[in-house]
Structure formats: C-alpha cells, structure tokens
Design a protein around this ligand. Sequence first.
Ligand code: SMG
Ligand code: MG
Length: 372
Amino acid sequence: MNITGVELRRVQMPLTAPFRTSFGVAHHRDILLVRVVTPEAEGWGECVAMESPMYSDEYTDGAAEVLRRFLVPMLAAVPDLDANRVAPALSGVKGHRMAKAALETAVLDAELRAAGTSFGRHLGAVRDRVRCGVSIGITDSVGRLLEEVAGYLDEGYVRIKLKIQPGWDVEPVAAVRERFGDRVPLQVDANAAYTLADAQALARLDAFGLELIEQPLAAGDLHQHAVLARRLSTPICLDESIESAADAAHALSIGACSIVNIKPGRVGGYLEARRIHDLCLANGVAVWCGGMLETGLGRAANVALAALPGFTLPGDTSASRRYYAADLTEPFELSEGTLAVPRGPGLGVAPLADRLAEVTTHTEWLRTESTM
Ligand code: SMG
Ligand code: MG
C-alpha cells in the first residue's frame, strides 16, 4: 500500500448532556481524527484520547503531537505497508496506544475499503447485530438517576452501567434495584476511585446481584484487585489495567479479574483487541466492548468488534443519540436493544461532509513521501 499523506483533524462535538465520572465531568468531546490517504482509498481512525489525561495518561494534544513528530514519519518509512505491519513498525515508541490505535485503524480502513471487505468480516464477526448497554454518569440526585435509567430502559437498552465513586455507590445501586427490580442486568464502573482499604464498603455491593464491578482500584493495582476479588462475590472486570493481551493474560492468571472490558483504543488497536478476545474466548472468560463516547466512526468499528463470538456481554455501544444530537456519520440507532453491524467496505460509514465541516476546529496535512 502507498500512503500519499495523513490528515490530523480536530473536531469539537457537543454532548447532549454533561457526563460525570469519578475523575471529572465532560461537556463536549474534543476528538482527533486520523485520515490516511492512498491512491486507492482513504481510511479513518478516531483517537479515543480525552482532552485531559484523567482517564489515562493520553490526551488529545499529546496524541496529535506524537503522531505528527514520531508515528506518522515512522510509518512513512515502512516498505509494503499494511495494517498488520503498523504496530510492529511503531513499537519503538513506548505507550501512546490510543494514538497508535487511531493510525492503525485508519490504515486498516483504507486497506479494507480498497479490498471491498468490511471491518466485521475482517475481524471475524459472527453476528449481524450486537446487544447494547448504556453507561450512566454520576448525577446530582438519586431521583435524577432513576429518571435517566427509566428513559434508557424505555429505549430498549439491555443492561445498565452506573458510574460510581466513594459516597455514590450503595445508595444509587440500591435505589435502581428497588425501582426497577432484580432482573435488570446492572453493573458499576468506579474508574479506579477506590483503594483496597475500601474492600468492606465495596462488599456491600454484593447484596445487589451486579453483573460485575469495573475497575474498582488503580490501573497498576493488579495484585490488589486479586486480593479484592477474593473478598467480593461480585465479579471484577478490568478496564484501565488492561493495555495489551499480555496484561490480560497476567491479570487472569493471578485472579485480578474474571471479565475483561475490551477498548480498542486503550490496547493499541483492533488487532490487539482481537488478540485479547481470542485469549479470553480460549479461556472461557467473558468480554464486552467498552466505549469512549465515540462518534459514528469509532462506533462503527466497535460494533464490528462486538460482533465477534467471545463478546457475550452487552457493550457500552450505545446509539449515537446517547451522546450526540448530530453525529459525524449517519446515526447508529437502537432497535430492540441492538445496533446493526455495518456491512459496507471498511468501517462501512463515512463522515457527513457538512457535519464534519461544522465541527472541525483544525486540520493538518502530513505528507508521507516514500513509497510504501
Ligand atoms: O462510550 O458510552 C461510552 C462511554 C462508556 O463509561 C464509559 N466509558 O471507563 O468505561 C469507562 C468510560 C471511559 C470514558 S469516561 C469519560
Ligand atoms: Mg470503564
């Protein structure tokens, strides 16, 4: 494959409502899009880094900088480039997985569009539609939370995830159970807001039959998660702790988790995400697809991934309107709690030109001179 150049494009997308987690509140999404241009096709990658380094150490400006200065020039030097060669070519740069993932996704999209193959088919999708959950931020009151849960259940979401933090855990969970019953699949996500010293408080959540508790402790606290897992009956699922298939193998081997949230951006791309899926499937470990408030571009790829056989739990793959009144692409719409896996070549969706122009705040063209 020959790459003519790479465009870095910043878009600012207003959220329909603020989204509060244990680490902060987001009012809009400041997103970096990577567009790889080849003579045959162009491909898109959405970088999931947030505007500030609170979810992880990556952030939008940093991702743009490492792409511009290091990753794109390194890729330009690779002969016979294809998506499988992207991660090895970039391995000299430590970390920066979200930036690498965006570039690899854009290369893969261009390659698949040129070949007429969809992401789902390429990755190994076995379903046409995927079952969807929804992630609900921390609200100002329990009453407000119950209204939000009611609204999403009415829309058809098949499981509810509540963001929690110390002081906002047992009370909202108990209220949701009391109002909507024990049958609603319910799980919580702490985004690393607790320490092992909170084990007793977290064990109070065991009474509510949760599907899982996601990332209760710090990302590096693998051993502590294993200790906590022995003190809880609620299964532990890891998100921030898992940055690679090797991390997943390690976490599972020491009993730090029994379920894995797979976010392609966090692990360096869809190819590594598939390796984690394969590892978990082979070991009978359930996985689900996480979300980073993606636009339709990132959502399309996530939905394709979530159609692989090991994704047995509903993902944070909600409809476009969960976050955006107007998406960058044709909107993803929920039907009977599911989203359709795109079937067209590559991501199977493309940005709507007018919408893209409206939300773009900056573009930058990086020419890659060598033949690849
Ligand atoms: O895309 O629906 C989505 C977001 C799901 O809760 C979600 N993501 O830790 O899993 C997580 C969070 C990370 C983003 S918080 C701003
Ligand atoms: Mg999470």
